[in-house]
Design a protein around this ligand. Structure first.
Ligand SMILES: Nc1ncnc2c1ncn2[C@@H]1O[C@H](COP(=O)(O)OP(=O)(O)O)[C@@H](O)[C@H]1O
Ligand SMILES: [Mg+2]
Length: 589
């Protein structure tokens, strides 16, 4: 119930000071002025309050009323989230656009979920059963790809007293009643609400052990992320942050994607809004929007909405995790989010810390990344949230606060390298500056799928890269020609590894996505080239003979020429390599 809780005192951009405040709490949602602009109480002191407002405050006059229902900023969670594009406080962009001339009309109140649309509900509870929050009350086929599990809201518990028959219900439809300990009848609906700044409860955290397969070789092989893990992708302008997050949205094996876009360039979000609805999921041949929720912050939206957007996004992610899904969040770019935080903090005249960011920047970052993880849900399902956040350090300088603080809270870093990007080596993930702390945790998964070879393959490749690093020092001083061929083959193999394996073209139909089995086979060929080549060199062959083999170009091209469903062809290349090497051996026997 909306009540008047105070009056506008002064307006500083998105920050509104209030007086004569009565009955308000921290983080209560407010509606400000005659236009009912949506905002949130962020400071409270006696009868004075400071609010951040999610809409343009132009024209807002001191003395006008502030209203509140005494509830925190919350989101609607239920069927219909998938495929929808929202702003930072979960207003569907389509609806806002249709209902106003301007891009976003002020104070518009639209529901996040379509209140009229009907869903075919199948109950799973029986009358008389004891249930707790988090259990599945029934299901709805939300999209072709995703079965929506209608959950008993967290905190509700008791005996089922009534179950709705199977049939068509709107999101507000009551599908079960539960009698709680006090004898009250509590209603389970197709949707529930949850405050965005509070993590949804879980039964417990689980160890991470399964990789999030991305189909991007440099990631899956060198710097893997586990399902439930966290990654930061720092990179200067144009080094490929957005491309990587798009690739993961399209190809990673998460069940659900939540994409939070804070556009860097004016038209970047528009590209996402145009492109995503057309993309087809390669594994299911269905539109990827059927498993995606998009949260878009365009540059004409107020900063407070951008600040809220990552909480809106992660709360939606938690809701699907609680249904037993593996969710991946892409936040691009978190620098834009941190700048929103900085701007709001500045308007509130808070004491600035590093580079003008508020002193609580690290706390906020930690709170966000801590909501990732592999969990046992309240309903005893396994679910996970992985977070990939990009950072765009001004001037590409990774020592700035957002990059530095984020690094403390994540366990994997894909450092984008300007020189690689300039050389059009994409993804421009530096193999020297990047790291993943998930390698041990996920290595059993890869061992099982590589006939027990993965660890050894990785060790051998890492060893070669290390040797190469040292040899490059020599090459810098005196050039490659002085190196003996036993060392030049190390350089050649590393070049092959970088060009034929690490480099991957997101625009090539075959190369854009590489399944794990193809990755392993490619690596085996590259290592064979090294081992057989080295033996031959020791027998008297030279590096040029190895590079002149016809199969050499087959290897360099295999990422483009062999598609994921015909990877046996790589075995043929491997056999051909072995025969060619054998012929060279014979020349020296
Ligand atoms: N994997 C890739 N394959 C091919 N081209 C790429 C790849 N990654 C980046 N690029 C090129 O780099 C450009 C800039 O990438 P983008 O992701 O927009 O950079 P950022 O978000 O870091 O500013 C892209 O438009 C594209 O031409
Ligand atoms: Mg970008």
């Amino acid at each position: 119930m909306l009540e008047i809780i105070g009056k506008v005192d002064k307006v500083i951009g998105p920050v509104v000071h209030a007086r004569e405040i009565d009955k308000a709490k921290m983080l209560d949602l407010v509606e400000v002025g005659d236009q009912h602009l949506v905002g949130e109480i962020v400071k409270l002191n006696d009868d004075r309050a400071v609010m951040q407002v999610y809409e343009d405050t132009t024209g807002l006059a001191p003395g006008t009323n502030i209203y509140s229902a005494g509830v925190p900023l919350s989101v609607d969670l239920g069927p219909g989230l998938l495929g929808t594009i929202y702003d930072g406080i979960q207003r569907p962009l389509e609806v806002i656009r249709d209902s106003s001339d301007q891009y976003i009309q002020k104070g518009i109140h639209v529901s996040a979920l379509d209140r009229e649309r009907k869903w075919n509900f199948k109950p799973l509870l029986e009358v008389g059963r004891e249930v707790e929050g988090g259990e599945t009350a029934g299901t709805v086929q939300e999209t072709e790809l995703i079965e929506h599990r209608v959950l008993v809201p967290p905190g509700m518990a008791g005996k089922v007293s009534w179950v709705a028959p199977p049939g068509e219900y709107t999101v507000e439809g009551v599908v079960a009643r539960i009698e709680d300990q006090a004898g009250l009848q509590r209603e389970v609906r197709l949707y529930q609400r949850w405050p965005v700044r509070r993590g949804r409860p879980i039964k417990g955290r689980q160890p991470l052990s399964i990789p999030l397969i991305t189909g991007q070789r440099v990631i899956d092989f060198l710097f893997p992320v586990a399902k439930g893990g966290t990654v930061v992708v720092p990179g200067g302008f144009g080094t490929g942050k957005t491309m990587i997050q798009h690739a993961l949205s399209k190809w990673s094996d998460a069940d659900i994607i939540v994409y939070i876009g804070c556009g860097e360039r004016g038209n970047e979000m528009t590209d996402v809004l145009m492109e995503f609805p057309r993309l087809i999921d390669p594994r299911t041949n269905r539109p990827i929007m059927e498993r995606t929720v998009l949260i878009a912050n365009t540059s004409n939206m107020p900063v407070a909405a951008r600040e809220a957007s990552i909480y809106t996004g992660i709360t939606i992610a938690e809701y699907y995790r609680d249904q037993g899904y593996h969710v991946a969040i892409m936040a691009d770019s978190t620098s834009r989010w941190a700048e929103a935080l900085r701007e709001l903090s500045g308007r509130m005249e808070e004491m600035p810390a590093d580079e003008g960011y508020p002193a609580y920047l690290p706390t906020r970052l930690a709170e966000f990344y801590e909501r990732a993880g592999m969990v046992e849900t309240l309903g005893e399902k396994a679910g996970s949230i992985s977070i990939v956040g990009s950072v765009s350090p001004p001037g590409g300088d990774f020592s700035e606060p957002v990059t530095q603080h984020t690094k403390r809270f994540v366990r994997c870093l894909w450092a984008l390298d300007r020189q690689l990007a300039n050389a059009r080596h994409y993804p421009a993930i530096s193999w020297l500056d990047s790291y993943s702390e998930y390698v041990e945790e996920i290595s059993d998964w890869w061992q099982e799928r590589s006939g027990g070879e993965w660890k050894e393959i990785r060790r051998e490749i890492m060893d070669l890269l290390q040797q190469e690093g040292k040899l490059q020092q020599v090459v810098k001083l005196v050039g490659p020609d002085v190196l003996p061929d036993t060392q030049r083959i190390v350089l050649e193999t590393c070049t092959m590894f970088k060009n034929a394996f690490l480099q991957q073209n997101s625009f090539d139909k075959i190369d854009m996505y590489c399944i794990p089995q193809k990755q392993i086979k490619m690596l085996q060929v590259i290592l064979d080239f090294y081992k057989l080549g080295l033996e031959n060199i020791k027998k008297g062959a030279n590096i040029h003979q190895l590079k002149k083999m016809e199969v050499y170009s087959d290897i360099m091209r295999m990422k483009f020429s062999v598609s994921n469903d015909e990877i046996k062809k790589i075995d043929e290349i491997r056999d051909k390599l072995s025969r060619s090497m054998q012929r060279i051996t014979e020349m020296f026997e």
